[in-house]
Design a protein around this ligand. Structure first.
Ligand SMILES: [Zn+2]
Ligand SMILES: [Zn+2]
Length: 282
């Protein structure tokens, strides 16, 4: 079976273990056919981010060049043993898109794809990473857990609608479930989810099935089976990511997930090269 892991990190982002080469070697050992490096794009040039420990969230601007050139060298060095793709995971933060563009544009031609993610929310003048357990107290900024979910999905919708925010794949679609905090009333959220999925289809974007949720309190991949079924109905392309922050997490649970998506009806996975999408048979 073809195993392709499109979402991985490494020690450059300062919250993952292992060098880029460690990930390549482990991926080969695990029989993975393709590894995509998608480490977190820098934050440091953004405005008003003093409230979040951004130094622990991403590489620095002056590490972009070494990141890309190391990846390019490894791609060549290991080309007979594994396919390597080069990417970034880009965080959508409202009102900051222009700043990203300034720093990212010059590297675009060296990237195979970009993951678009929402980890950061802004509420009542506070900025926080809702998926960082050090910010769980910020959940009190909302009247309910459902309020946080809705804020997340509205932010995700803005990311997808943004003309300037340039990305290819939506990461960990239903991330707010991470800590197993379920919304009291899910009707409004379900409506918003369907609305976004229809938009994803319209924008011709790809979605990631991310297995890191299986390692978190929720013990479930992102997105849920219910959402994946809706995605299949809408014919939204997918690919797999482990979101590995340790080499041992590469390809995490992929065999089970491939079984699951086949049962749902998927028979191909998306594939990216220099930001062009094609498909491989499952
Ligand atoms: Zn990370
Ligand atoms: Zn992420």
């Amino acid at each position: 079976m073809e195993l392709e892991d499109w979402h991985t990190h490494n020690s450059l982002c300062r919250h993952a273990i292992g060098s880029i080469e460690d990930y390549v070697e482990k991926a080969i050992k695990f029989g993975i056919n393709l590894i995509g490096f998608s480490d977190h794009f820098p934050y440091e040039f953004l405005k008003g981010i003093e409230g979040i420990p951004y130094e622990e969230y991403a590489m620095k601007l002056n590490q972009i060049e070494p990141y890309l050139s190391t990846a390019e060298k490894l791609k060549e060095k290991f080309k007979d043993r594994i396919e390597i793709k080069i990417a970034f995971e880009l965080d959508y933060i409202e009102h900051q898109v222009a700043a990203y563009k300034r720093h990212l544009d010059k590297y675009l031609d060296r990237l195979d794809y970009i993951l678009g993610s929402v980890h950061i929310l802004q509420r009542k003048g506070q900025i926080f990473a809702f998926d960082d357990n050090r910010f769980l107290k910020n959940y009190e900024l909302y009247d309910s857990i459902a309020g946080l979910y809705l804020d997340y999905y509205h932010t995700l919708e803005k990311m997808i609608r943004s003309v300037e925010f340039d990305f290819d794949i939506i990461s960990h679609f239903d991330l707010p479930k991470k800590f197993n905090k379920k919304p009291e009333n899910s009707e409004l959220i379900d409506e918003q989810v369907i609305k976004i999925l229809e938009l994803v289809k319209k924008k011709n974007l790809t979605m990631e099935i991310n297995t890191s949720g299986l390692r978190k309190q929720i013990k479930e991949q992102y997105p849920s089976v219910k959402i994946i079924k809706k995605m299949h109905e809408l014919d939204i392309p997918i690919l797999l990511g482990s979101d590995a922050h340790h080499p041992d997490e590469l390809g995490f649970n992929f065999n089970n997930i491939i079984k699951l998506i086949k049962e749902i009806g998927y028979d191909q996975l998306a594939y990216f090269e220099k930001r062009k999408r094609s498909f491989i048979e499952l």
